[in-house]
Design a protein around this ligand. Structure first.
Ligand code: NAP
Length: 314
């Protein structure tokens, strides 16, 4: 085992279920392990209110609570968790050289990239203009400020459905604006939406422009089938149109898929020996917490084998 003095057997970047599970397995496997979790460890689940499909919890668990448990479990087992981010990674030679946002240098004999995904935006200029002035990418962070107001959620997946349901706790009315005539969200969430009198689903519409004065007052929508336009008077608009893999750190260093995910094989190995990828940063299909945790486990077992073999791979 390499002594931790900033030189670790294994460094894991990312603090979602993939990263924490990898750390739990790695440290139990005898590797000196550091996990870089950014300033607020927990990943996307920090913004999920109720998780009822993660095994082991009889009642729904709040995302932030689940992640806190994973963090504590990881630390109890002896992994070092840094509230810091890796900003530079030299993967051209082993041990890999890493630099953190606080300016410290680290080395790793093996590396697991579990950086997850970042929220996508519509890309409208007016969206940019009203960010923080009514347009938000995080209902759980900002919902509280919209007490008594009418708000819109853009999107038709589980995130949009969850955001809409969460916002009914504060808002007077919640419009769910979806670009198709069928929601992508799971059956159970769709049933909850339909049963909630505060929610109105607007199908077949896309936002064209966010308008207002100092703050957002309306979103202009277009019916994608008829071309008809309408203005929706809202004080808040929450964008929940999915996520893109967070690959900024490794772009040009690891092979990516056409869609921009880290290309990894069934054993989570990337194009660079000793570098593994787990979770939403490489999952083109499932994007579930439990799948990410499973991939984290695989990545750690592969990294342990790699370290044990003495980095002999070419
Ligand atoms: P998602 O499932 O990819 O859904 C994105 C939604 O946004 C889709 O309805 C999509 O429309 C719409 N969309 C995409 N681009 C758009 C655009 N430019 N303009 C308008 N609408 C656009 O993403 P997600 O909801 O963030 O969920 C990601 C994954 O996490 C899923 O696998 C989901 O099951 C999981 N998740 C689970 C939970 C939970 O279990 N509690 C909570 C949140 C997320 P189309 O339908 O037409 O493609």
């Amino acid at each position: 085992m390499t002594e931790p003095n900033n030189n670790y057997d294994l460094v894991i970047i990312g603090s979602g279920p993939a990263g924490f599970t990898a750390a739990i397995y790695a440290v139990r496997g005898g590797a000196s392990t550091a996990l870089f979790g950014g300033v607020a460890p927990g990943g996307q689940l920090l913004q999920t209110m109720e998780i009822e499909n993660y095994p082991g919890f009889v009642d729904p668990v709040v995302g932030a609570d689940l992640m806190q448990k994973m963090l504590k479990q990881t630390e109890r087992l002896g992994a070092k968790v840094f509230q810091d981010s890796i900003t530079e990674a030299d993967l051209s030679a082993r041990p890999f050289k890493l630099k953190s946002s606080s300016g410290r240098d680290y080395t790793a004999r093996a590396l697991i990239i579990a950086t997850g995904a970042q929220a996508r935006w519509l890309g409208l200029p007016s969206e940019e203009k009203y960010k923080g002035k009514g347009v938000s990418g995080c209902a759980t962070c900002d919902g509280f400020f919209f007490r008594g107001k009418d708000v819109a959620v853009i999107g038709g997946g589980d995130s949009a459905a969850e955001d809409a349901l969460f916002l009914t706790k504060f808002a007077n009315k919640v419009y769910l604006v979806h670009r198709r005539d069928k929601l992508r969200a799971t059956f159970r969430l769709v049933e909850k939406l339909k049963a909630n009198p505060k929610v109105e689903i607007i199908y077949d519409h896309i936002p064209e422009e966010f308008t207002g004065e100092a703050k957002l007052t309306a979103v202009n929508l277009k019916n994608v089938k008829t071309g008809e336009k309408r203005s929706l008077a809202v004080g808040g608009a929450f964008i929940a149109i999915g996520h893109s893999p967070a690959t900024g750190l490794v772009k040009g260093k690891l092979k990516l898929t056409e869609d921009g995910y880290i290309a990894a094989d069934d054993r989570t190995a990337t194009s660079v020996p000793g570098v593994y990828a787990a979770g939403d940063v490489m999952d083109t299909r499932y994007k579930q917490a439990v799948v990410a945790a499973g991939a984290g486990c695989k990545a750690a077992l592969e990294a342990l084998a790699f370290i044990e073999e003495g980095d002999v791979h070419s």
